[in-house]
Design a protein around this ligand. Structure first.
Ligand code: HEM
Length: 431
């Protein structure tokens, strides 16, 4: 009965408002429940999702008891709306808070690679030859719908959604489209990668009918990998440099045969996790974002490291090779190009509200050079003694100044003129 009452209060906006103290006292169960997280990826989308298209609703029903306290927070005063700071610059407090929660999630679940793949698979459906939104695909949150999660290329991504759904529930003003991209960019940054110049304000699609058709994402083993990469990425409006830089995201994560069909069930680098053990990684330290992906593919020395046909193409195709070689030699060049390409990828197909986007005020993307302060570089004690301060004050007051009445600037001018006249007279009469 108590649950029925709670259900009613959740369903109708006129339900009695509960105080914070009511809400916190009953929050005991963790979310997501371990049983949900432990579900094998390949089967979870079929077994766990009821016959509903909107995954968020499915999770809500599934998690009704454990999520109750958080759901009730929907009745608390809403989070502040985006504020305009200056022309073209908005601040969304919910986004910043959501980013902090994502960072906490990363610390406990080590899901950096999965979240990067989530962001990429939402935006990578973009077709630049279609003008209309959302038919053109791209970063519009459509990947939350079961119909798209079930596309073969998205195997396993239902787990990413389960992980971030509680954050979406907490900051309901943040769209799925933004949250996917926020999670991906934060994961890269937290794994040691570059800071990505992101903007937010993406509008969500609202129904599964608005999802793109299957087949817009790349295959890992097509007959002609370089041609295939160009076909898919050019359709998104990306170029050769961006294809190579973005492929460098495989410095993170693993491929699992039970998801994509690629990779070994486990290797010496993956058998102990962190996170769910198993799969084959492209790099030895697969939770660290660096340029080792390019170094390792170039060397191809370790049987335990994965090289997909599309990865190998980066060192075989003459145009791709120029960039792949450069990134293997120069991590800074890779980071710069990756950050730029990732930001571009995250905006593909997106409709922004406000049109200029929203920035998260969490510091500049590049460290700002320290302001030059001469005093910092001078040596010795510069503080005046008290007696000297008194003397100066007395002289200052003698010529009409006072602490609350600043001296007029022409007093100084007069003094300088008097001194100059005296100096001239002295030199004239002195001779
Ligand atoms: C160039 C064409 C690409 C192909 C053919 C490709 C293919 C794949 C495949 C087969 C997997 C393994 C999935 C699994 O079994 O769980 C994978 C994982 C991954 N991909 Fe890609 N990918 C491509 C581009 C990208 C791009 C552009 C990004 C990001 C910017 C990206 C990020 C990732 C990440 C981070 C993982 C690891 C996921 C995890 O460990 O759970 N990929 N990709």
């Amino acid at each position: 009965m108590a649950h029925l009452h709670s259900l009613l209060s959740l369903s109708f906006p006129t339900a009695p408002t509960l105080s914070h103290s009511h809400i916190h006292t009953s929050s005991t169960q963790p979310w997501p429940p371990p049983s949900l997280l432990a579900a094998p990826a390949a089967t979870s989308s079929r077994c766990l999702l009821p016959h509903r298209q909107d995954f968020s609703l499915s999770v809500l029903l599934f998690s009704f008891h454990s999520e109750m306290p958080r759901r009730l927070s929907a009745h608390l005063p809403p989070l502040p709306q985006p504020q305009r700071l200056a022309a073209g610059l908005f601040l969304q407090p919910g986004l910043k808070l959501a980013k902090e929660d994502i960072k906490e999630l990363l610390k406990t679940k080590f899901c950096h690679p999965l979240l990067v793949r989530l962001g990429w698979h939402d935006s990578g459906t973009f077709n630049k030859n279609i003008d209309e939104w959302p038919q053109r695909g791209g970063a519009n949150g459509s990947l939350r719908f079961e119909i798209e999660l079930k596309h073969a290329a998205n195997a396993g991504l239902v787990n990413a959604l389960k992980l971030i759904q509680p954050i979406k529930d907490k900051y309901s003003g943040v769209t799925y489209a933004d949250l996917f991209q926020l999670a991906s960019a934060s994961a890269v940054e937290e794994a040691g990668g570059p800071k990505i110049p992101m903007k937010y304000g993406r509008v969500d699609v609202s129904a599964p009918e608005q999802c793109p058709e299957e087949g817009r994402l790349p295959d890992a083993g097509p007959p002609s990998p370089a041609d295939h990469l160009r076909e898919v990425f050019y359709r998104m409006g990306l170029n050769d440099k961006e294809i190579v830089a973005l492929s460098g995201a495989h410095t993170l994560g693993r491929s699992r045969p039970e998801r994509s069909g690629w990779g070994k069930p486990e290797t010496k680098y993956t058998k102990d996790g962190p996170g769910a053990p198993g799969g084959q990684s492209w790099t030895a330290q697969w939770l660290k974002f660096d340029n080792s992906y390019f170094k390792d593919i170039k060397e191809k020395r370790d049987e335990d490291l994965l090289v997909l046909p599309t990865d190998a193409a980066l060192f075989e195709d003459p145009s791709f090779k120029v960039f792949a070689e450069k990134y293997a030699d120069d991590q800074e060049a890779f980071f710069n190009d990756y950050a730029e390409a990732h930001a571009k990828l995250s905006n593909l197909g997106a409709k922004f509200d406000p049109p200029e986007g929203i920035v998260i005020d969490d510091g500049p993307s590049q460290p700002v050079p320290e302001k030059f302060v001469a005093a910092k570089y001078s040596s010795g004690k510069r503080e005046l003694s008290d007696s000297m301060k008194q003397k100066i004050r007395a002289e200052y007051q003698a010529i009409g100044g006072s602490p609350d009445k600043p001296l007029q600037s022409n007093y100084f001018l007069n003094i300088i003129i008097v001194i100059a006249v005296l100096a001239i007279l002295t030199s004239l009469f002195g001779n």
